[in-house]
Design a protein around this ligand. Structure first.
Ligand code: GLN
Length: 267
């Protein structure tokens, strides 16, 4: 019997930036703890099963993300899963699609409304390394005092200017690079100047069981503590309760992740 069912949501349209790797990281970190885990590939031709343990959604091109938004909205499975508190990780286009609306291909598209965020379009793409200090309160399941403490690192590549509403909390505060929006968004996207200035330091969003970020990498390969947080939530335990990674490969993996983090944090 499989302990952990991971939903890889729409890799056929939201798989452009290597974010499918997030599902692989979850599966691997589960298996190395003796938790049997399986990835369910959910494509545009499928309904989204609403009873999986955790879902990952990746980034994609503008037209592809419109297809994704339409499918996820009409299907409703991911909305019911998130409403029921099942953990969801959404990256970049995923973040935009989970918001109230986003701008793509010259149109304003309705999102899933799971994150109180609206995304307009900038004149220039934001591309580059990104580093943030995790800030969202309430990480860890109730009774778990484990918080994300280490900086988050990822690679940004998008043209969205995302402004959060009051129901969403930023995942982190930008230390390096560009996060949800940039200082020019007030001019180029016609956004409120003061709000824009404040939110220039915001990266990603957390609302309910949805964690969203602009960080590619894949983000869970670069930030194992975020992977373990999702794993803990998906298996209904605290991070501290997760069994340690097991086997010779565990030591090698930890060393490789450390090396990757050090290299990327320096970049
Ligand atoms: N198409 C979106 C944008 O350019 C998202 C890109 C992405 O997922 N990397 O803003």
């Amino acid at each position: 019997m499989t302990d952990l069912h991971i939903g890889l949501v729409l890799p056929d349209v939201l798989g452009t930036y290597g974010d499918d790797g997030n599902a692989l990281v979850l599966r691997q970190r589960a298996r190395m703890r003796g938790i049997s885990a399986e990835i369910h590939r959910i494509t545009l031709a499928d309904a989204v099963p609403e009873f999986l343990d955790v879902y990952t959604v990746g980034g994609g091109e503008d037209v592809a993300q419109i297809l994704a938004a339409d499918h996820l909205r009409t299907d409703g499975g991911i909305i019911r899963a998130a409403d029921a508190g099942r953990p969801v990780l959404a990256i970049c286009a995923g973040l935009q699609v989970f918001g109230r609306s986003f701008h793509a291909d010259g149109r304003v598209i309705e999102g899933l409304g799971l994150i109180d965020a609206t995304t307009s379009q900038l004149q220039h793409r934001m591309i580059g390394e990104l580093r943030s200090a995790p800030s969202a309160p309430g990480f860890g399941i109730p009774g778990d005092d484990t918080a994300l403490v280490e900086p988050l690192t990822g690679f940004a590549n998008h043209q969205g200017a995302t402004i959060l509403g009051q129901d969403a909390t930023p995942l982190g505060y930008v230390l390096e690079g560009t996060g949800n929006t940039d200082p020019h968004a007030a001019l180029t996207a016609g956004l409120d100047y003061d709000e824009c200035k404040k939110q220039v330091y915001y990266e990603g969003a957390v609302q309910g069981s949805v964690i969203a970020t602009y960080m590619h990498g894949p983000v869970l390969a670069r930030n194992p503590q975020l992977a373990d947080l999702l794993l803990a939530r998906a298996t209904g335990q605290s991070v501290a309760e997760l069994p340690p990674l097991d086997g010779d490969f565990a030591i090698q993996l930890d060393a490789e992740v450390e090396q990757l983090r050090a290299e990327r944090l320096k970049a």
